[in-house]
Design a protein around this ligand. Structure first.
Ligand SMILES: *Cc1c(COP(=O)(O)O)cnc(C)c1O
Length: 462
C-alpha cells in the first residue's frame, strides 16, 4: 500500500516512510492511496476476537508487509498489554441504547495511548532494524505529551523532546509528563502558550539543519498516519460487540483536531455500517460551523474545561476534505491556502455530501458541567468534560433511537478535576498505578519562547 499527499505534489511513500516523517514536503498530509475493506463475513468473525487480535486484522493491510507477521503480532500485543482493563476498550451502558466506549484504560488515562503505545513500538522496531536514530519533537496542551513519552521512553533509538506551555497545563497533566525520567526523555516548558509551542515545532520541522548529521525529526502528533490507523480499530471493536455488521451503530466523537473522528470515517469507508457520525466540539467550533453552516474559517481560541479540544484549526480535517474534493490535491491546496481570516465555503453539492456523513454540535462549558452532573445522577458513572461534550452532542443529534449510540469516552475524569468540581461532584481518586504521582520526582527545563532557544536545547541534549 502506498501513501499519497493531500496536496498532490509530493511523491508517494511506503508505510515505513510515513511512519518516520511528519507533513509531506508539499505541506499536505499522507493518506492511503486505497483503503482496504472488509466483507460482512469477515466482520462477523471479528466479534470473537480479542482487542489485539482485531487490531492485527485491521492494521495488517495498512502495514502491507513492512513488518513480518509474527513481529507485528508481538508489537500489537505488547502495545495493549499495558492497559488496565483486559477488554482494552470496554463498553459501558448509560441508558437504553446509549453507550460510552471507555478509551482511557491505557497508562496515561486518555485515548491517545491507543495510538501512541503502538506508534512507539512500531518506531522502535523499524529504527532498530535500520540501525537509525530519530529525534521526536512534539508540542502538547496535555494528553499527547504524556502518551508520547510513555510510548517512546523505552526506545534506545529515539530521543524525545516534548514542549508544553509553561504553567498552562494542569498539575496532573504536567506531572504525568515530567515524572517520566530517562536519558532520552526531555520535557521543555516554553514561556508562551500552546500555539507558540506548535509554531516552534513547525519551524523546527521546516529547517532541521540544527540536528547532527544523519538525524531527522519524527512526528508524534496526529498528522502521523500511524496514529489514525491505530484508532480505526476501536470503531470496529465497539460495533461488533453490539451486533455489527448486521446492525448499524452511531458514534459521537469529542474532537478538536478531527483525528479521532476521521478514523471513524475511515472505518465506514472500509465497510463498517455506521448510521450517524457526530462531530462533538466545545466552544472552539470550526468543525461545527462548517457542518452546520458551510462556513470554514478561524475564530479566536477559547480556553475551555475540555482543553484537549481547544484548537483554532483542525489539521486532520484536510484528510477528509481531500476525499470531499474528489482527491484533487491541487484544488484542495488552493482551498487550504486561500485566506483563512475570512470564512470560506465549499460548493453546495460538496457541503450536502459532507452533511450526509456528519452531524455536529457545539457544547459550552456550562452545559458540559450540567451533563457531567446529570450523567452521574442518572447512573453513578463519572465522565470527564470531553466525554460530556460527546454525550451531549449524541443526545442532541440522535435521529434514530433504535440504533445503538456510542460516545467515545476519551479521558479519565481524574485528569480534568476542575470540571468535575465545577459540576459539584467529588474528584475521583487516581488509579492504582498513578497513586504516588504527587510524590514523584519531576524533571523539566524552562525555556524562552523562541525557536532558537528550543533548538539549542535539543542540540545540547542529544
Ligand atoms: C486529544 C483529545 C481529544 C481530541 O482528539 P482529536 O485528535 O482532536 O480528535 C479529545 N479528548 C481528549 C481527552 C483528548 O486528549
Amino acid at each position: 500500500m502506498r501513501y499519497i499527499s493531500t496536496r498532490g505534489k509530493a511523491p508517494a511513500q511506503t508505510f515505513e516512510q510515513v511512519l518516520l516523517t511528519g507533513l509531506a514536503p508539499d505541506g499536505g498530509l499522507y493518506v492511503p492511496e486505497q483503503l482496504p475493506s472488509f466483507s460482512k463475513e469477515e466482520m462477523e468473525q471479528m466479534a470473537s476476537l480479542s482487542y489485539p487480535e482485531l487490531a492485527h486484522k485491521i492494521i495488517t493491510p495498512f502495514i502491507d508487509g513492512a513488518i513480518n507477521d509474527a513481529d507485528l503480532k508481538e508489537i500489537i500485543d505488547r502495545s495493549y498489554a499495558s492497559f488496565a482493563n483486559k477488554a482494552v476498550a470496554p463498553l459501558h451502558m448509560l441508558g437504553a441504547n446509549e453507550w460510552v466506549l471507555e478509551l482511557y484504560c491505557g497508562p496515561t488515562l486518555a485515548f491517545k495511548d491507543f495510538a501512541l503505545q503502538l506508534l512507539g513500538n512500531l518506531l522502535d522496531y523499524v529504527l532498530k532494524r535500520n540501525n537509525q536514530k530519530v529525534v521526536i519533537l512534539g508540542a502538547t496542551s496535555g494528553d499527547t505529551g504524556s502518551a508520547a513519552l510513555e510510548g517512546c521512553r523505552h526506545s534506545d533509538n529515539v530521543d524525545i523532546f516534548i514542549l508544553h506551555p509553561y504553567q498552562r497545563v494542569s498539575e496532573v497533566q504536567r506531572r504525568q509528563m515530567t515524572t517520566v525520567l530517562g536519558d532520552n526523555v526531555h520535557n521543555i516548558a516554553v514561556k508562551g502558550n500552546f500555539d507558540d509551542c506548535q509554531r516552534i515545532v513547525k519551524a523546527a520541522f521546516g529547517d532541521q539543519s540544527f540536528l547532527p548529521e544523519g538525524r531527522q525529526l519524527a512526528a508524534v502528533n496526529s498528522i502521523n498516519w500511524a496514529r489514525i490507523m491505530a484508532q480505526i480499530v476501536y470503531y470496529f471493536y465497539a460495533s461488533v460487540q453490539l451486533g455489527g455488521p448486521h446492525r448499524p451503530v452511531s458514534f459521537s466523537v469529542p474532537t478538536g483536531n478531527f483525528g479521532d473522528i476521521y478514523a471513524g470515517y475511515l472505518a465506514m469507508q472500509m465497510g463498517l455500517p455506521v448510521r450517524q457520525l457526530i462531530v462533538a466540539t466545545n466552544s472552539n467550533d470550526i468543525l461545527h460551523r462548517f457542518i452546520n453552516r458551510n462556513e470554514y474559517g478561524l475564530s479566536e481560541l477559547k480556553h475551555t474545561l475540555s482543553p484537549s479540544m481547544d484548537i483554532m484549526v483542525s489539521s486532520n480535517f484536510e484528510r477528509y476534505l481531500f476525499d470531499l474534493f474528489g482527491r484533487d490535491g491541487q484544488a484542495l491546496a488552493q482551498f487550504m491556502t486561500s485566506s483563512t481570516d475570512g470564512t470560506h465555503s465549499v460548493t453546495p453539492e460538496r457541503w450536502e455530501q459532507a452533511r450526509k456523513v456528519f452531524a455536529s454540535a457545539s457544547v459550552n462549558d456550562d452545559v458540559t458541567c450540567e451533563v457531567i452532573k446529570q450523567v452521574y445522577e442518572e447512573t453513578e458513572f463519572l465522565i470527564d468534560p470531553h466525554t460530556a461534550v460527546g454525550v451531549k452532542a449524541a443526545r442532541e443529534c440522535n435521529t434514530d433511537k433504535s440504533v445503538p449510540m456510542i460516545t467515545l469516552a476519551t479521558a479519565h475524569p481524574v485528569k480534568f478535576a476542575d470540571a468535575v468540581t465545577r459540576a459539584g461532584l467529588d474528584t475521583p481518586a487516581l488509579p492504582e498505578h498513578l497513586r504516588d504521582l504527587f510524590e514523584r520526582e519531576e524533571q523539566y527545563a524552562i525555556v524562552e519562547n523562541s525557536k532558537e532557544a528550543v533548538t539549542d536545547f535539543v542540540k545540547s541534549h542529544l
